[in-house]
Design a protein around this ligand. Structure first.
Ligand code: CU
Length: 591
């Protein structure tokens, strides 16, 4: 364990900001959102930072909409000037005292990346979790330049949920989002109102969690400059300072009441495992999870005993009970997840000792809550929440097409590793090239890789209205949050695997691997599906030594979409692939 680092900023000094609300029904469903350079103060004791933001703010406004009431957004690209982020790869992974350079501010000897400095504001907006026609989904190559607009129509024919909108530019999403291009989008519906859930301030509070790093001046003082720093051993950015709604380690004053927190992990790469502490002890029983990525669960779920895990882009709808707490009580929300995250557990009871720069978690603080005097308002939590979906019976999936995707990391000399999703197809008897063999008991299946990079030919053509089973095989050492655009999915299974990849087994597209459905001796993960994952999801964590299966059915919109890892450094290089949803009647005409 690396010794703890003194925090260069005071925790819990700033009040939690709540982003401006843009309620679509008050504007006849027509919104106009400028995308602008701006200035933002991330902490009381930091100078202002140059940012890019929707409406010039970090985060962008929270757009609130109603199910079934379409919204048109005129996204106006008014960015000017260069990307307001210093991008660098430090020459060494650790500093002179052995601390990972990603845990400290400044460039750590790195030089600013000139290509990133030349980025001048091409953008495209994706509504994550949106049930959106392809033309408005924010295809990563359909960019609009400064001075240009994009007018996107969002039908909102989907259940209530917390979505988010963010930049999705091919190859550089990690920089646009890091510069500030992200905001929340809430859909409301009748079912949530029947349940009497808090709606709007003060008892419904969005929490957009991100991590950021800043520059240093010649005297070693923090500047406000945003710094995206990687190192020769870690290609993802894991900045040390957690930012909630745009403030480093903020404080929220709460009444002794039940609050509804709409939580999004909006980080580039960091996974959080959130633990609520009072007087150093976990109080997870105060938290009830009622919703996940795509809205309400069927029944309320307890937070897993180790804490609430949220990888990049995952959401949680939480009711937190502060009633019964005396004014002056303080609770802190801490993160216990190491980075890069590989699913390894960490006991909640040890959360106060979670700081460990060696695990790239120098400061576990997320935010704190202070109870102030006010009316006591404890809400009963309904036992039945969603009624509009049920777990899929195995029979519903008999005969469903199966798609197999291997998550693969390829090491390259002198440049960052390349991560890809290798789309596997059954190898014919005449195939003599490299294969991935998957052995499940007596049955062995031979696959060949048909595609790996975004620009390789499309191989997935799901037919509208039909369930499909997608198998995600993780052949890397890290957990990947895999996001599928368009329709939601259900998690069917997680199963442990062993695998072997021979030396030089990973080529540009082809891969040689032997995968067996059995537990690896060194594997300590339980590979379970948590109760809070038994809802409608759009992002699933696939852990090391694991095959995860999801069932997805594309229903309404035909066209070209994407699925990808939501670790933005992975998505940009090159963990993203297209798929094309097709009406059944066109399939006979496909070559
Ligand atoms: Cu990934």
């Amino acid at each position: 364990m690396t010794p703890t680092l003194p925090a260069p900023l005071a925790p819990f000094a700033d009040a939690l900001p709540v982003p401006q609300r843009l309620v679509a029904t008050r504007q006849n469903g027509r919104l106009s959102v400028p995308i602008r350079a701006g200035a933002h103060r991330f902490h009381r004791d930091l100078p202002e930072s140059a940012i890019w933001g929707y409406d010039g703010t970090v985060p962008g406004p929270t757009i609130e909409t109603e199910r079934g009431q379409p919204v048109t957004v005129q996204w106006r690209n008014e960015l000017d000037g260069a990307l307001p982020v210093a991008v660098t790869t430090a020459p060494k992974a650790t500093d002179a005292s052995g601390v990972p350079v990603q845990c400290v501010p400044g460039l750590s000897g790195g030089t600013p990346d000139q290509h990133a400095a030349a980025l001048a504001g091409y953008t495209v907006v994706h509504l994550h979790g949106g049930f959106t026609p392809a033309a408005y989904d924010g295809w990563a190559e359909n960019l609009f330049a400064p001075g240009q607009d994009a007018i996107f129509h969002y039908p909102m024919g989907q259940r209530a949920a917390l979505l988010w909108y963010h930049d999705h530019v091919m190859g550089v999403t990690r920089f646009g989002v890091y510069a500030g291009l992200a905001g929340l989008w809430i859909i409301r519906d009748q079912r949530e109102r029947e349940l009497g859930l808090p709606e709007g301030p003060p008892f419904e509070v969005p929490l957009l969690i991100q991590d950021r790093n800043f520059g240093l001046d010649e005297d070693g003082r923090l500047t406000g400059q945003l710094v995206h720093k990687t190192d020769p051993e870690v290609m993802e950015a894991f900045p040390p300072f957690t930012v909630v709604n745009g403030k480093v380690w903020p404080l929220l004053e709460v009444h002794p009441a039940t609050y509804r927190f709409r939580v999004l992990n909006g980080c580039n790469a960091r996974t959080y495992r959130l633990v609520l502490l009072r007087d150093g002890e976990p109080e997870l029983s105060r938290i009830t999870q009622i919703g996940t990525d795509q809205g309400l669960l069927r029944t309320p779920a307890r937070v897993p005993p180790g804490g609430l895990v949220l990888a990049s882009a995952e959401r949680a709808d939480l009711l937190v009970d502060f009633s019964g707490l005396a004014p002056g009580s303080e609770l802190t929300l801490l993160n216990t997840a190491a980075a890069p995250f590989d699913g390894a557990p960490f006991p909640a009871a040890n959360a106060r000792n979670a700081a460990d720069p060696g695990r790239m978690l120098p400061y576990p603080h997320v935010m704190s809550f202070r109870v102030v005097a006010g009316p006591v308002a404890r809400r009963a939590i309904p036992g039945e929440l969603a009624t509009d979906y049920r777990p899929l019976a195995p029979g519903a999936l008999a005969g469903a097409p199966r798609r197999t995707i291997a998550l693969v990391e390829r090491e390259l000399d002198g440049e960052p590793n390349m991560l890809t999703m290798r789309e596997l197809v059954i190898a014919g008897d005449d195939h003599t090239g490299p294969v991935v063999t998957v052995t499940d008991g007596e049955r062995a299946t031979r696959y060949r890789a048909a595609a790996a990079h975004f620009e390789d030919a499309t191989t997935f053509f799901p037919v509208l209205g039909r369930y499909e089973v997608w198998q995600l095989i993780n052949l890397t050492g890290d957990t990947h949050p895999i996001h599928v655009h368009l329709d939601p999915f259900q998690v069917l299974s997680r199963r442990p695997i062993r695998y072997h990849i021979p030396e030089h087994g990973i080529d540009d597209i082809a891969i040689t691997a032997a995968v067996t459905f059995e537990r690896d001796p060194g594997d300590e993960l339980d590979h379970t599906i948590d109760d809070n994952e038994r809802g409608l999801k759009d992002t699933i964590r696939v852990n090391p030594h694991e095959i995860a299966e999801i069932a997805v059915r594309f229903t309404t919109y035909a066209g070209r979409y994407m699925y990808h890892c939501h670790i933005l450094e992975h998505e940009d290089r090159d963990m993203m692939r297209p798929f094309v949803t097709m009406p059944a009647e066109l399939m006979p005409f496909m070559a």
